[in-house]
Design a protein around this ligand. Structure first.
Ligand code: ATP
Length: 329
């Protein structure tokens, strides 16, 4: 049964923004209203928490945001929150405002902050994974990942039109500093010839071999999707120079998709995921649970201890690598 000890939940977004964060805020606010408890929005992540930048949020304050990218609460990175003094200030602000539990929507850095805060002040916290990179352990999907994939595939489709009209080779750089989830899945979905990801030591020689093979197989244009943190360690422009020097018959164009991958209206998948995770986060707090990340595994909403979510590794599915290879035969 739900305990009534929690009367007011604070919600914040922290770290890089991602599509679906607004839908998660909406879900947290409305779940609080449903259970007749108060909800306060905290602006600019932990920095706003330190400064007491709070706003009361009722169910009507979150109308028309389920379809919006970014975060209405703004996000920030806070150096001050990395210090004991900063966190003490933040705790004082929460206590003064009568906030007695916290939902943190962000990536693993934000979860680390939440975990430390929980330990220091025995303050109830719940994490919701919001990052397009999908690099968090304990959930098959983070908020914004599905939307980012769809954005990238749409871009690849457009680039393909040009590539095939001019018989060109395109290198498309996508986000994913430590994780190749976007590159691998969008590569398969966009029909890429090759995918270079941080988890795999593909090697320059293999890339050249693969491009030679595709030329021999009669392909006149190709798309190579490259995660920004790929193992080869060269940036996408250095890669272009290297391949052009070794395969002079290729004319290569580079397209760095950049921040457009972070924006835009969240996909239906992300909206539903955000709604489910928000409900679970608030209801788990009301059940007296704390220090978990709410995630989704095998289409079930689950709780993973925050520390495990931070420390665990979100691994690439090897089967996808094989599928990608087979598809570019
Ligand atoms: P992204 O996926 O976009 O990187 P993130 O949540 O990992 O998102 P970070 O910039 O790493 O983003 O972390 C966000 C904020 O969390 C930091 O600015 C800081 O305020 C807080 N934070 C991160 N690490 C710690 C830590 N070790 N101790 C206290 N607070 C931290």
């Amino acid at each position: 049964m739900m305990s009534k000890t929690i009367k007011k939940v604070g919600v914040l977004t922290s770290g890089g923004d991602s599509p679906g964060m607004n839908a998660a805020i909406r879900s947290v606010v409305r779940t609080c209203a449903y259970h007749n408890i108060e909800c306060a929005g905290i602006y600019r992540g932990y920095q706003g928490m330190i400064e007491g930048d709070f706003i009361p949020m009722g169910p009507r304050t979150v109308h028309n945001i389920i379809n919006k990218g970014g975060t209405i609460l703004k996000s920030a990175r806070s150096k001050e929150f990395m210090t004991v003094e900063g966190r003490k200030k933040a705790h004082d602000q929460l206590v003064n405002a009568g906030i007695d539990a916290l939902v943190v929507i962000g990536g693993d850095g934000s979860f680390t902050g939440a975990e430390i805060f929980n330990k220091e002040f025995n303050f109830p916290v719940m994490g919701i994974p919001g990052t397009i990179d999908n690099d968090i352990f304990g959930t098959s999907h983070t908020l914004g990942y599905d939307t980012a994939l769809n954005t990238v595939v749409e871009c690849i489709d457009k680039i393909r039109d040009t590539a095939s009209s001019h018989n060109r080779l395109f290198f498309v750089e996508v986000m994913g500093r430590d994780a190749g989830h976007i590159a691998l899945n969008a590569g398969i979905g966009g029909g890429a010839e090759e995918v270079l990801i941080p988890e795999e030591e593909l090697g320059l020689e293999r890339l050249l071999e693969s491009l030679k093979k595709s030329k021999a197989a009669g392909k006149s244009s190709s798309i190579v999707v490259i995660a920004e943190g790929d193992k080869i360690g060269k940036n996408v422009f250095e890669l272009k120079d290297y391949v052009e020097a070794n395969l002079p018959e290729y004319e290569i164009r580079v397209s760095v998709l950049g921040h457009m991958q972070r924006g835009g209206a969240p996909s239906c998948f992300d909206r539903v995921l955000a709604s489910r995770l928000g409900v679970k986060a608030v209801e788990s707090l009301l059940e007296g649970k704390s220090n978990f990340m709410v995630g989704m595994l095998s289409d079930k909403v689950t709780l993973t201890p925050l520390l495990q979510a931070i420390k665990g590794e979100s691994v690439i599915d090897r089967e996808l690598l094989r599928v990608s290879e087979i598809m570019s035969v």
